[in-house]
Design a protein around this ligand. Structure first.
Ligand code: KIV
Length: 276
């Protein structure tokens, strides 16, 4: 049985910290699930850390569905949340419903995430009414990077902070089961967390959110193009991978691999017959 949105809401009520990590493939998701992380986000960060795009904007719905399916296949207990990519919920309520439905029906996700506050509240409400749990996402919303003018801290002025609080409340009212707060000052994230009843999941939002989300490649040190300030590297996988690949390269060239142990024998009589 997978973790439900009720369990996630209950964790806030009990003051239990909620952990979320991104994953994009079967192998990684399986490990995250086995560790017991309650929520996996198949984030559109996929575009940058897996597909090599410069931003999340080029990510397509088909790419997201493809990776969400792999994550679902690798997991048993964790809740899988599919991230709706740019322009797949912006055009109309019908478009938002149709595409949210594809994450649930085709890919097997249990919830979807979309970026925005007051501006997407009506869509959130309609998706929730159809029985699809929605996670909101406010603060630094990377799909609006061209509008925001860069990956900057959000909510630094009175007006901007008040807008974020209003966005969080609009999502709560629309029926979202939780909301990601990305790159906002820690005291503002703490205030929003106190002001709304649904869990806040921070990333670059300080220690007082109800939970934390990180991009898995950042915490494992496998994505090296840049390391965000909010991330902590618990491993340096890129170095470990590079050393292993170098060793393989050297050993094949030196004739040290493969050896007898990695090979399959053949009956001598068959070989002798063949040589006749
Ligand atoms: O796409 C993503 O990985 C995200 C998280 C950073 C919240 O949206």
């Amino acid at each position: 049985m997978r973790i439900s949105i009720n369990k996630i809401k209950e964790m806030k009520e009990k003051g239990e910290k909620i952990t979320m990590l991104t994953s994009y493939d079967y192998v990684t998701a399986k490990i995250v699930d086995e560790v017991g992380i309650p929520m996996i986000l198949v984030g559109d960060s996929l575009g940058m850390v897996v597909l090599g795009y410069e931003s999340t904007i080029p990510v397509t719905l088909e790419e997201m569905l493809h990776h969400t399916k792999a994550v679902v296949r690798g997991t048993k207990s964790t809740m899988v949340i599919g991230d709706m990519p740019f322009m797949t919920y912006h055009l109309s309520i019908e478009q938002a419903l149709h595409n949210a439905g594809r994450f649930i029906q085709e890919a097997g996700a249990q919830a979807v995430k979309l970026e925005g506050g007051v501006n997407v509240a009506e869509k959130v409400q309609k998706i929730v009414e159809c029985g699809i749990p929605v996670m909101g996402h406010i603060g630094l919303t990377p799909q609006s990077i061209n509008q925001l003018g860069g990956y900057k801290i959000q909510g630094k002025t009175v007006d901007a902070a008040a807008k974020l609080l209003k966005d969080a409340k609009a999502l709560e009212e629309a029926g979202a089961f939780s909301v990601v707060l990305e790159t906002v000052p820690a005291p503002l994230a703490a205030l929003i967390t106190r002001e709304i009843s649904i869990p806040t999941i921070g990333i670059g939002a300080g220690p007082d959110c109800d939970g934390e989300v990180q991009v898995i490649n950042d915490i494992l040190g496998s994505f090296t193009d840049f390391v965000p300030k909010h991330a902590k590297q618990y491993a340096k996988l890129a170095n470990i991978m590079s050393t292993a690949i170098q060793q393989y390269y050297d050993e094949v060239r030196a004739g040290k691999f493969p050896t007898k142990e990695n090979s399959f024998p053949m009956d001598e009589s068959i070989l002798a017959e063949l040589k006749k």
